[in-house]
Design a protein around this ligand. Sequence first.
Ligand SMILES: *[C@@H]1O[C@H](CO)[C@@H](O)[C@H](O)[C@H]1NC(C)=O
Length: 199
Amino acid sequence: MDTRKWVTLMAGVLFLGASFPAEACRCLPIILQNSYCNSNTVLKVKFIEDATRTMPGSQDVQKGYKVKVEEVYKGEEALKTLTFIDAKSGSSCDYTHSSDEFHKDYLIATSSNANEVSVRGCNYIAPWNQLSIKQKKGVEGAYNQGCTCDILYCSSQPCSMAEKTCTLEEYTGGDAENQRKNQVCAPINSTTCNWKNIE
Ligand SMILES: *[C@@H]1O[C@H](CO)[C@@H](O)[C@H](O)[C@H]1NC(C)=O
């Protein structure tokens, strides 16, 4: 290909690139019980500051945060000594922690592998003090009873009643806020799950 054709082609590629905004991160709805159940790692952490880390024997620089782990709700006890969480890999789902929120308790539900932890925008990440008392009991263990169930959003009635699911009733007059803040979706028999109050 001669240079002129190549330049024309590249200009076209750049033009196309410029005309489509960066893809926004798309997540399934983030529901604390589902995140708790589907994650092998649930921690209360403080994000301390921006940090990078180079993996031993590798050129890869990980970008993320220095952290202090306050509590391990799911995962190996060794995670208590974790000091770095990877958060960015240059995609639209990178997680950015506001510097105003450093040194505050956060709940994160994510996955770890050999005690390496990363978080991305689709993980459950929320200030600890925004959780209700019952949600805190949930992550302290009460959600375990519901881990064979799944929770789906329902924004208009009738809500589909698939086996082993509860619906989070988001329609006008629905009970979503109470379900989310005070309840666990748990089995009532071998085929059916339903909401019940966390004691
Ligand atoms: C489970 O409970 C639901 C709701 O009460 C009921 O409709 C269903 O028949 C029960 N299934 C079994 C296997 O007991």
